[in-house]
Design a protein around this ligand. Structure first.
Ligand code: PRP
Length: 183
């Protein structure tokens, strides 16, 4: 698995430090408010787990599952819900937690799906912000790191559902992509 790594872009210590900063910002901004963190499955799992443990105000946790149609490494455009929320979000301050915003189509869909449920507000918190191919104008309130236009994995992010458990954010060697293309 480590042999497949081309370059570590964000190491574990840097991730943890930044996650703690974002958690502090959220705790300050939403002090005294009723907050629900909504993790978008599956990619946000490590980020939201670390973020939640650093947040110092009471928050509710829930998850929503989405998937873009198709299996390409670029988003095809159409999004569907694979697992809905368990909580009623009416009157709550919603913070949607993502591992990465790329085209923005997933969040665009999520925001328009959740807004009619009458939350007090909707904010977006993403670990990585990749703006090179943005197709929807997403108001990202909390951003861990900007990322260049490269395919990244680790700390929740996958390639063909693998590499999520790498403790850092990295790129994969070209041969890994080639191997997959040859299948
Ligand atoms: C990834 C990521 C975001 C979305 C971002 O999810 O977790 O939800 O793509 O892309 P976009 O801004 O172009 O819409 P993916 O569908 O790969 O599922 P996963 O989180 O289970 O890996």
């Amino acid at each position: 698995m480590l042999n497949d790594v081309a370059k570590v872009l964000i190491d574990s210590a840097t991730l943890q430090k930044r996650v703690a900063e974002v958690a502090e910002e959220i705790s300050r901004d939403f002090s005294g408010k009723e907050v629900i963190l909504i993790g978008v499955l599956k990619g946000s799992m490590f980020f939201i787990a670390d973020l939640l443990r650093k947040i110092s105000i009471p928050v509710i946790l829930d998850f929503i599952g989405t998937s873009s149609y198709g299996v390409a490494t670029t988003t095809s455009g159409a999004v569907k819900i694979t697992k809905d929320l368990e909580e009623d979000i009416e009157g709550l301050h919603v913070i949607i937690v993502e591992d990465i915003v790329d085209t923005g189509l997933t969040l665009n869909f999520l925001i328009s799906t959740l807004a009619p449920r009458k939350p007090a507000s909707i904010s977006v918190c993403t670990l990585l912000d990749k703006t090179a191919h943005r197709r929807a104008n997403i108001p990202v309130r909390y951003r861990g790191f900007p990322v260049e236009d490269s395919f990244v994995v680790g700390y929740g992010l996958d390639f063909k559902d693998r590499y999520r458990h790498l403790p850092f954010v990295c790129t994969l060697k070209e041969q890994v992509h080639e191997r997959q293309r040859a299948k």
